[in-house]
Design a protein. Structure first.
Length: 265
């Protein structure tokens, strides 16, 4: 129920308050990371066996390597992750606008939709994601997540086109749920695969590069989605996002389940 609470806070105390709360939470996360992730403050020059590590690279160098060598085992999965993240940010960028214009959802009720989105994602991560990984492996989990994300995006504009508003909204929520289900399967599995396909001493660096791409998608996705929403039509951003995810789907189904694991020494 966090979404409605945040909406109520914004209406009562001003729209800037949620942003300040988010900033405060980020400061808390920095303190937690500094306290409980001491390895981030240590410069490692040797492996546990005593082998000299190669000179370290910057995040920018790692970013360019992902771009220049997209077919490397870890980089392929990073691109699947990035494409999925772009599609997710398209949804985030226009969901409120779409609900307002198509279903007359107001500022008093919009929070419930984001709550559904968040709760489904949390429930997936604490329950089914682990089961999926153990039973089918990360590659298959990533593939199923990509399918769910694609179906959700492609089908969300459909109810408003074929049904009256009330039943259309119910069906829309059902299709919307497929998005957090998909991302909950896709993102952890792909991140796990990346960590398995890179040397241990570079895991933090490559993960940092991956999250940098995520930040870039968090800008491109909403901005591009709102432009498409305004110029081409309300449902078009979701269809564009589905087309984007179809690329990730092709890439995901080209991954092998027996890809060699990187050395961790």
């Amino acid at each position: 129920m966090i979404g409605p609470v945040i909406g109520s806070v914004a209406r009562s105390f001003g729209t800037e308050v949620p942003g300040l709360v988010a900033a405060a939470l980020m400061l808390v996360s920095v303190v937690f990371a500094w306290r409980w992730l001491p390895e981030s403050r240590v410069t490692h020059t040797h492996t546990p066996s005593g082998q000299q590590l190669p000179p370290g690279r910057s995040v920018m160098q790692a970013l360019w390597e992902v771009i220049e060598h997209p077919t490397a085992p870890a980089h392929r999965v990073i691109w699947i992750y990035v494409v999925g993240m772009l599609a997710l940010n398209v949804v985030i960028g226009v969901l409120a606008l779409y609900l307002k214009d198509v279903y007359n959802v107001t500022e008093q009720t919009i929070g419930y939709f984001f709550t559904v989105f968040g709760v489904v994602g949390v429930l997936m991560r604490v329950s089914l994601v682990g089961w999926f990984n153990e039973r089918f492996g990360e590659v298959r989990t990533m593939q199923v997540g990509t399918i769910s994300l694609l179906l959700g995006l492609a089908l969300m504009p459909l109810p408003a086109a074929i049904l009256p508003p009330a039943p259309a909204l119910v069906l829309f929520v059902f299709f919307l749920v497929l998005v957090p289900v998909g991302t909950a399967l896709l993102f952890p599995a792909s991140t796990s695969l990346v960590s398995q396909r890179i040397d241990r001493h570079e895991q933090g660096l490559v993960m940092g590069a991956q999250q940098t791409f995520r930040g870039i998608m968090s800008i491109i996705g909403p901005v591009g989605a709102t432009v498409v929403f305004d110029k081409l039509g309300h449902g078009i951003p979701f269809l564009c996002a589905a087309a984007i995810v179809s690329v990730a789907l092709v890439l995901a189904f080209r991954e092998r389940r027996d890809e060699p694991v990187a050395a961790t020494a």
